[in-house]
Design a binder for this molecule. Structure first.
Ligand SMILES: Nc1nc2c(ncn2[C@@H]2O[C@H](COP(=O)(O)OP(=O)(O)OP(=O)(O)O)[C@@H](O)[C@H]2O)c(=O)[nH]1
Ligand SMILES: [Mg+2]
Length: 390
């Protein structure tokens, strides 16, 4: 066979064979003497040889796979964020803005990506320019590209313990985010993560829910995340809190920012020390690990000398929360109180804080609490975190 090829080449006055760099077979063996060396310019380069591959198959754009810089936000847990779809990406941007650099925004189109985010946070899934609210198509596209996402998480986010998946419920891409769950799990396992995947999804506004496709997509997403720890952000509640205060252009960015800051504060406090009582990393992890829904709410009590502090904190936090109302009894609860030094030295306020902890404790099977001293507060700041809700 080798001689046939040789003869053919000879007939065409072409070299018998050119040595291939690094290919030992061309240097030795029985046919070694038959190899006629050619001048450099006659040797086909790999570029020419393989240029046909780009003609077939998808062109995968170079998206960069550099490790993102460390989070600058102080946090008890090491964590990363992945935003899926337009809304998910915008929510993830809010976390980047508060210092969680370990965030990747995955989308099926470039068109609904937020401005002001560095290119190395984006991961564009090729092959579909958006999925037009079609959750089945969203699942197909994400499933087909699950390794691309897994690699991006490994290469860009690196080793973390907790992964927060952000998505806008109702959209075709965001509502399909659990199609990537296997990739999230594999990535977490390979990086030796001690934590879990936690979903943070928005519920469509009342107006949006009138649309049957949006409603169906959202319902499918809620079912898919039910057994995983997850937070639901009710857009109707979020927008209600902002209507009349800001224009429509700023509503979502402000809602996203406020929520990111609230969650970031919980992560920060869990890593902070307290001369009174600390809510530590293990307490936080216990709340985040519990399967089912997680509730997060906050309130400021400008006059903490009043009685009934516990019910005031609990009721106000629920009323002003972006999350749907929790049931009366929950499996794990946390109450974080931030007070000024002056408040902490007041015996009456101290008694009220104690009864507030007891009040929340009476509504959960396990209660974790922390009291922190901070200066310049507008009043007593309380944060309520409840986990394992049905
Ligand atoms: N909380 C919050 N919700 C948002 C935001 N942007 C969009 N949403 C909600 O998310 C829902 C889904 O919209 P998108 O996230 O744009 O949809 P998508 O996931 O990109 O899906 P397709 O565009 O169909 O591929 C919307 O109906 C809104 O209710 C945001 O910045 N914050
Ligand atoms: Mg979209």
């Amino acid at each position: 066979m080798a001689s046939t090829v040789k003869n053919l080449f000879h007939d065409n006055k072409r070299p018998t064979a050119a040595p291939v760099k690094g290919d030992d077979q061309s240097q030795k063996g029985e046919n070694q003497e038959k190899i006629i060396m050619t001048t450099e310019d006659e040797i086909l380069t790999a570029d020419d040889d393989f240029d046909f591959v780009s003609h077939y198959g998808d062109t995968v754009e170079e998206q960069g796979d550099d490790l993102l810089p460390d989070n600058t936000a102080g946090s008890a847990i090491s964590c990363g964020f992945i935003g899926v779809g337009g809304g998910g990406g915008k929510m993830a941007k809010a976390f980047i803005d508060v210092g969680f650099n370990k965030s990747v925004l995955v989308n099926t189109t470039e068109k609904d990506q937020p401005n002001g985010v560095d290119a190395n946070h984006f991961l564009l899934i090729p092959g579909a320019d958006g999925v037009g609210k079609d959750v089945v198509l969203g699942q197909k596209v994400l499933t087909e590209n699950s390794t691309v996402v897994e690699d991006a998480l490994k290469n860009r986010i690196g080793n973390i313990d907790w992964l927060f998946v952000l998505a806008g419920g109702g959209g075709g891409t965001g509502s399909a985010c659990t199609a990537l769950h296997g990739s999230f799990e594999r990535y977490m396992k390979s990086s030796g993560a001690a934590g879990n995947v936690v979903y943070i999804v928005s519920a469509p506004s009342a107006q949006e829910l009138l649309n049957p496709t949006i409603k169906k997509n959202y319902k499918a997403l809620v079912k898919d995340i039910a057994d995983h720890p997850h937070i639901i952000l009710d857009n109707e509640r979020q927008l209600q809190l902002l209507r009349g205060k800001v224009g429509v252009l700023n509503m979502f960015p402000l809602a996203n920012k406020s929520f990111a800051k609230m969650l970031a504060q919980v992560f920060r406090l869990a890593g902070a020390s307290s001369p009174i009582q600390a809510f530590d990393t293990k307490d936080l992890e216990r709340c985040l690990r519990e399967p089912g829904r997680i509730f997060l709410g906050t309130t400021v009590v400008t006059d903490p000398t009043t009685t009934g502090l516990g019910s005031k904190i609990y009721q106000q936090s629920i009323k002003n929360s972006p999350c749907p109302t929790p049931p009366n009894s929950v499996s794990v609860g946390s109450l974080l109180l931030c007070v000024t030094e002056e408040m902490a030295s007041d015996p009456a306020i101290s008694n009220h804080m104690e009864s507030a902890v007891a009040y929340v404790g009476g509504r959960s099977d396990a209660l974790f609490s922390g009291i922190y001293i901070r200066n310049g507060l507008p009043g007593l700041v309380a944060i309520v975190l409840l986990g394992g809700l049905n």
